[in-house]
Design a protein around this ligand. Structure first.
Ligand SMILES: [Zn+2]
Length: 1039
C-alpha cells in the first residue's frame, strides 16, 4: 500500500467506545421500512442503482469492489463534497422560493416583556424564552417587540448598586462570584477574599466546593455602589431605554456611565478571564493527539493547538457542537435553554500533519445508503445476520448489504474489513458520486472564474483597475488545482463594465483580444460563447495583452455611473452557456444608480437607528436581486464581491448576493492604492487560491428523536432541509440548530451525519460525509459539563444577526441577555450546590460565556449606534453569518499581545492579556487582532529603542502613522514582531491591514472599540457591569 494509502493505525484495533459498540439488540426488530421515503424507489438490493443507467453493469463479484488501495488510496484535495440526490435544479425553478434563505417566519421575536418571574415558575419561564426561537412564535403573547415597555423583570425598584464581585476563581472549579448585591456599603475587599491586584486567578481561589460548586467567601457584601449603569438612563447613550432600570439591551453605554463618584477600584482579575481559560486549555490539552473514538467527547478549545486523529467521529475542525451531551427530552432542553447546535465547516483546512480526507470509489454502484432515510454508510451502521444486512442507526431501517459490498463479521460482530474502509472506520470521508448525483445525469464540467472589473471613473482614478490587471497576470498561475494535476482545470473569463458591459474574446488563436460591448443591460446576454471562457495557460499571451490594455482603454473615462445586477446576470448567463459552475470576482466601487435592472437608491437613514424600522437598513432589496440569487444558486454561480466605496453603496443588498451564493464580501473604504493595495491583493490572492467546491447541496441527518431545524450561513434554503450553496470554500461554516421531536436515549446517544454533494475544482462530482456521535443524558449537569462556549457564541451571533432582519436590535439584545441569565440560572438551580444568592455561580465550561455575550451585543451590527456607518454594520453582519467557531471566537474576544516585553529568543507568540485598557501600559507596545483588523498600539512612553528597532526612527513623534506594515529591519526585535504578525495572519482567512495607533492619538478610538472588557465606545456595558447585571437577573429568576 502506498504511503498515501489508508492504513489502520494501532489504536484502531482497540475497542472504540461510542462507535461500533451499539447495543446488539438493536438489530432485531426492524421497523417497517418505508422505502422511498425520500423519493427514491424501493430497491430490494443494490443501493442507488443509478436510475436506469447501466443496469447490470455492476455485476458484483461478491467481493468488495475495487481494490482497497486504489480506491481511497489517494488523498483528496481538500475540497467540498456533498450528498443527497440531486433534486436541486428542478427545485429552483419554481415559484415558491422563499425569500432569502430561510423559510418565512413570523416576525415575532418573543419579547421577554411579559414574562414575570414568579417564583417557582422558572422552568416555564425559561422555556418560553428561547433565543433559538427567534422568529418562531411559540409564545402566544402577540406582544409587539416594539417594546418600549420594558420587560418586567427589569423593573426593579431602583437601580441597585452595581457591585463588583470580588471573587476568586479557583482553577477549574466553577467560578463563583458574590456578585452585585444591591448593597451599598463597602466591605473591604480584603475581607471578601478578593485577590490582590494582578494576581492570577488561580491563586486566589477559594476552597473548591464539591459538585457544582464554586465557592466564595462568604459575604462579600459588597461592592461599592455604583451609579446605575443598568439603572438609570444614561444621557447620551444611544441605546438606553426610556425608563430607568428598564432596559436590558441598554446596559450602559454611554459616556455617562462611568461618571459619578470615584469608586473603589475593583480587581478586574476577579472575574473569569478568557485569556486564562485559553491558556489553561492550551496547557492541559495543547500539543496532544485528539483521537475521535469517543462518543460525546468534548474537544479542546479552538484556540488550542492539537492534532486530530480521526477514529470514527469527524474532527472538530469540521464539526463543533454547542454541547456534546444533549438532554434526553425536549422539556429539559426547554428548561435550560442551552441551544443545541453544530457548526459545520465541511471543507475546513486540515493541517499538514493530519490525514487528508479519503476518497472512496464504489464504482458504478455508487455510495451505499440506507433505503429509507438515505443516510450514507458510516461507522455507526450496525451489521447483522452474519453481515448480510445492516441496520441504519439513523432510522432503524434494516437494509440488505449489496452483494458486492458483503463482508464477514468477526467475533465482535464487526466487519473484518472495518479498518480497510474509510466509510466504516472514519468520521469523515468522501465518495465519488455517480451520474445520478449529477445534473441531467451528465458529468459536470470544471468550474470557471470570471473577473468583472468596474472601470468607472473612481476605480480608474484610484489606480485600482491597473492594480487588479497587473496582479491577475501572475495570480492566474495559482488557480486551485487537483492534487497531482499539472495545471488547473478552471477556465477564466473577463468583463469590464460601468453603465455598459464589455466582454472579451481571449481565444488563444487570436493575436489581440477582442472586445464586445453590450449596452442594453435590461436583457443581459453573453455576446460571445467561443473564446470567452478559456484556459489561462493556453491563452496566456492574449490575456496578458488584454490586462495590459484595460487600464489604458478607460484611462480617460468620465463615466461614474455603474450597474450591478446586470453584471451578475452576465456572469450567470456565461456559466449557463458553458454548462458549468463557477465564481464571479466582482470589483465594484459605487451604488449602482445607472438605469438598469437592480438599480439601487440611497436608503441610508441613520435616523432609523434605534427605532422599529432599524431592521430595514439591513434588509436587502428584493425583486431583481431575489431572482438573481435564485438563478445563481441554480447554476452553481458563486459571487465574490470586492467593494471599494467612498460612500454608501447598500452592502445589505449587494453583499447579500454573495451571502446567498456561498461567496465572500470584502470591503475597502476610501481605497488608496498606497495604503490599502497590499491588503486588498492579499485578500484577492487567498480568495483565488483557496480550496473550494461548487454547486453544492448539503443535508444534515440525525438519529431519531431530534432534527435540524434552523440553518445559518452563506447558504440558500429553498426548502426546510436542503442547504444549497453555489460554492463552499474552506472558510465557510454553516451553523445548524437542532430541536427534539422525541425522547433521546442515553444508551444510543444522538448521531449527526452531514453529507455534502459538490463539484470539485476539476469537475468531479463527489460526496463528503462527516459523522458525529453525541451523548444524551437526563441530567442537566451532564449537559452543562459538555458545553462549548465558543460554539455557543457562534450560534448566538448568527441567530441574533439573523433575527435582526425582522426584529429591532434592542429586542434582539434583550433576548440575548435574558437567555444568558436563564441558561445560568437553570444551572444554578439544578446543578450547583446550594449557596447564598449573592454568589454568582457559573458552570465551568461556560465561565467566560458572559464576556462573549456582552461582546456580541457591542458588535457594530447590534450596538445600535448612529455613529457607525450603515454599510459597515451591514458588512459586519454578513461577514459573521458564515464564520466558523475559530473566527467568531477571536472576533468577539480579540487577542491583545504585549510585544514590548517578549523573549526575543523565543519563536512563540507571547501569551495574550485581557482585552482591556487597564492592561495597556504607557511604556508598552501591543498587537491586537480579531481576525478582521490588526493594530499595533504604542504607548506614549514606549522605549525609543523599541521604536528605533521597529521603525528606524528615533521617536514616536517621527513615526508616520499611515504605514501599514513594518519596515524590514535587521534586528531581533523587528524580525520577531514581523514574524508574529506573519504567524497571526496565516491563521486567519482574511488578510488584516495593520494600523499603527499611538496612545492618545485620534486613531486610538478605532482601536479601543476592540477592548471587549471595557465599556463600549458606541454603547454597551463593561464586562464587569454586564456580569453584575446578569447576576441580578439570575437572582430574580431564582427568587
Ligand atoms: Zn436510515
Amino acid at each position: 500500500m502506498s504511503q498515501q494509502g489508508y492504513v489502520a493505525t494501532p489504536p484502531y484495533s482497540q475497542a472504540q467506545p461510542g462507535m461500533g459498540g451499539y447495543p446488539t439488540g438493536f438489530g432485531a426488530t426492524p421497523s417497517q421500512p418505508h422505502y422511498g421515503h425520500y423519493g427514491t424507489p424501493p430497491q430490494p438490493f443494490a443501493p442507488q442503482q443509478p436510475g436506469g443507467l447501466k443496469p447490470a453493469a455492476s455485476s458484483p463479484s461478491g467481493m468488495p469492489p475495487p481494490p482497497v488501495s486504489s480506491q481511497y488510496g489517494s488523498p483528496i484535495h481538500q475540497n467540498g463534497t456533498h450528498p443527497q440526490k440531486f433534486p436541486p435544479s428542478p427545485a429552483v425553478s419554481a415559484s415558491a422560493i422563499s425569500p432569502y434563505g430561510q423559510p418565512p417566519q413570523r416576525p415575532t421575536y418573543h419579547s421577554m416583556a411579559q414574562v414575570t418571574p414568579p417564583t417557582q415558575q422558572l422552568t416555564n419561564q425559561m422555556s418560553s424564552m428561547s433565543i433559538g426561537g427567534y422568529g418562531q412564535s411559540q409564545m402566544q403573547s402577540p406582544q409587539s417587540p416594539t417594546s418600549s415597555a420594558a420587560p418586567q423583570p427589569f423593573q426593579m425598584p431602583s437601580p441597585p448598586a452595581m457591585g463588583h464581585p470580588p471573587l476568586s476563581l479557583p482553577g477549574s472549579q466553577p467560578p463563583l462570584m458574590s456578585a452585585c448585591p444591591p448593597v451599598s456599603s463597602v466591605p473591604s475587599m480584603g475581607a471578601t477574599g478578593a485577590p490582590p491586584m494582578g494576581m492570577p486567578n488561580s491563586q486566589t481561589g477559594l476552597p473548591p466546593m464539591v459538585g457544582g460548586g464554586f465557592q466564595q467567601a462568604a459575604g462579600p457584601q459588597g461592592f461599592p455602589p455604583q451609579p446605575g449603569p443598568y439603572g438609570g438612563q444614561v444621557p447620551g447613550s444611544p441605546i438606553a431605554g426610556p425608563q430607568a432600570g428598564a432596559f436590558p439591551g441598554g446596559f450602559p453605554g454611554g459616556a455617562g456611565h462611568m461618571a459619578g463618584p470615584p469608586q473603589k477600584k475593583l480587581d478586574p482579575d476577579s472575574i473569569p478571564s478568557t485569556t486564562q481559560v485559553i491558556e489553561d486549555d492550551q496547557a492541559k490539552r495543547g500539543g496532544q493527539l485528539y483521537t475521535t473514538n469517543l462518543r460525546g467527547q468534548v474537544p479542546p478549545l479552538v484556540t488550542t493547538d492539537f492534532t486530530v486523529q480521526d477514529q470514527g467521529n469527524a474532527s472538530p475542525r469540521f464539526m463543533r457542537c454547542t454541547a456534546y451531551t444533549f438532554p434526553c427530552t425536549s422539556d429539559l432542553a426547554k428548561q435550560c435553554q442551552v441551544p443545541l447546535a453544530t457548526i459545520i465547516k465541511p471543507f475546513a483546512t486540515v493541517p499538514q500533519n493530519e490525514t487528508p480526507v479519503y476518497l472512496v470509489n464504489h464504482g458504478e454502484a455508487g455510495p451505499i445508503r440506507c433505503n429509507r432515510c438515505k443516510a450514507y454508510m458510516c461507522p455507526f451502521m450496525l451489521f447483522i445476520e452474519g453481515g448480510r444486512r445492516y441496520q441504519c442507526v439513523f432510522c432503524s431501517c434494516v437494509n440488505e448489504v449489496p452483494v458486492h459490498y458483503f463482508q464477514h463479521l468477526d467475533h465482535m460482530g464487526r466487519r473484518v474489513d472495518l479498518y480497510e474502509r474509510p466509510e466504516l472506520s472514519l468520521g469523515s470521508y468522501e465518495f465519488t458520486a455517480t451520474l445520478d448525483y449529477c445534473k441531467n445525469n451528465k458529468p459536470p464540467n470544471p468550474p470557471a472564474y470570471i473577473f468583472m472589473i468596474d472601470v468607472s471613473y473612481n476605480n480608474i482614478k484610484s489606480g485600482l483597475v491597473k492594480l487588479i490587471c497587473e496582479e491577475l497576470k501572475t495570480l492566474l498561475d495559482h488557480l486551485p488545482k487537483e492534487e497531482g494535476a499539472e495545471s488547473s482545470a478552471i477556465k477564466v473569463g473577463f468583463v469590464t463594465y460601468n453603465k455598459v458591459l464589455h466582454f472579451y474574446n481571449v481565444k488563444s488563436a487570436l493575436a489581440q483580444p477582442q472586445m464586445m460591448v453590450v449596452s442594453d443591460v435590461t436583457e443581459m446576454f453573453v455576446p460571445l460563447l467561443d473564446g470567452f471562457l478559456v484556459n489561462f495557460q493556453e491563452s496566456r499571451n492574449v490575456i496578458n495583452n488584454l490586462l495590459d490594455q484595460i487600464p489604458d482603454m478607460f484611462a480617460d473615462t468620465g463615466e461614474s455611473e455603474t450597474v450591478f445586477s446586470p453584471v451578475v446576470q452576465a456572469g450567470v448567463e456565461a456559466l449557463k452557456a458553458a454548462e458549468c459552475s463557477g465564481k464571479l470576482f466582482i470589483f465594484h466601487s459605487s451604488l449602482p444608480t445607472a438605469e438598469a435592472p437592480g438599480k439601487l437608491k440611497n436608503r441610508d437613514d441613520r435616523k432609523l437607528v434605534n427605532t422599529e424600522k432599524e431592521k430595514t437598513l439591513f434588509q436587502p432589496q428584493r425583486g431583481v436581486y431575489e431572482q438573481l440569487a435564485k438563478e445563481c444558486v441554480a447554476q452553481g454561480c458563486c459571487v465574490d464581491l470586492f467593494v471599494f466605496p467612498n460612500q454608501y453603496v447598500d452592502i445589505a443588498t449587494m453583499g447579500n448576493i454573495s451571502t446567498l451564493t456561498g461567496g465572500s464580501v470584502y470591503k475597502y473604504n476610501n481605497f488608496q492604492v498606497q495604503m490599502d493595495g497590499d491588503h486588498f491583493l492579499s485578500d484577492l490572492r487567498r480568495d483565488v487560491e483557496k480550496s473550494i467546491g461548487f454547486d453544492a447541496i448539503m443535508r444534515v441527518r440525525t438519529s431519531t428523536g431530534f432534527r435540524a431545524t434552523e440553518f445559518f450561513g452563506a447558504i440558500y434554503m429553498n426548502n426546510t432541509t436542503d442547504i444549497e450553496m453555489a460554492a463552499v470554500d474552506c472558510d465557510k461554516a454553516v451553523t445548524v440548530e437542532f430541536k427534539h421531536d422525541d425522547t433521546l436515549s442515553e444508551e444510543t446517544g444522538a448521531l449527526i451525519q452531514c453529507a455534502l454533494l459538490y463539484t470539485s475544482i476539476n469537475g468531479q462530482r463527489r460526496l463528503r460525509v462527516h459523522n458525529l456521535s453525541l451523548n444524551c443524558s437526563s441530567q442537566l449537569s451532564e449537559l452543562y459539563k459538555s458545553c462549548e462556549t465558543d460554539a455557543l457564541i457562534n450560534f448566538f451571533a448568527k441567530s441574533a444577526y439573523h433575527a435582526m432582519l425582522t426584529q429591532p436590535v434592542k429586542t434582539v439584545r434583550e433576548i440575548l441577555v435574558k437567555q444568558t441569565a436563564h441558561m445560568l440560572a437553570c444551572y444554578r438551580k439544578n446543578c450547583a450546590n446550594p449557596s447564598a444568592a449573592s454568589q454568582l455561580i457559573l458552570p465551568d465550561a461556560m465561565k467566560v460565556f458572559p464576556v462573549y455575550m456582552n461582546s456580541l451585543m457591542k458588535t457594530p451590527a447590534l450596538v445600535g449606534s448612529t455613529e457607525l456607518s450603515t454599510d459597515d454594520r451591514a458588512f459586519h453582519r454578513l461577514k459573521v453569518m458564515s464564520l466558523g467557531v475559530e473566527e467568531s471566537q477571536v472576533l468577539l474576544y480579540p487577542r491583545l499581545i504585549p510585544v514590548h516585553s517578549m523573549d526575543i529568543t523565543s519563536e512563540t507568540v507571547p501569551a495574550a492579556v485581557r482585552c482591556s485598557e487597564e492592561r495597556l501600559t504607557e511604556t508598552g507596545a501591543f498587537l491586537l487582532e480579531n481576525g478582521q483588523s490588526l493594530f499595533l498600539w504604542l504607548g506614549q512612553a514606549c522605549s525609543p529603542d523599541l521604536i528605533q528597532n521597529l521603525f528606524n526612527v528615533p521617536s514616536l513623534a517621527h513615526l508616520n502613522p499611515d504605514m501599514t506594515s513594518l519596515p524590514e529591519l535587521d534586528n531581533a526585535h523587528s524580525k520577531q514582531i514581523r514574524s508574529i504578525i506573519s504567524v497571526i495572519s496565516k491563521q486567519r482567512p482574511n488578510s488584516m491591514k495593520m494600523v499603527i495607533v499611538k496612545q492618545k492619538d485620534r486613531s486610538e478610538i478605532q482601536f479601543r472599540q476592540h477592548l471587549m472588557e471595557d465599556k463600549g465606545l458606541h454603547g454597551g456595558a463593561s464586562y464587569m457591569d454586564f456580569l453584575c447585571y446578569v447576576h441580578r437577573e439570575i437572582r430574580q429568576l431564582l427568587t
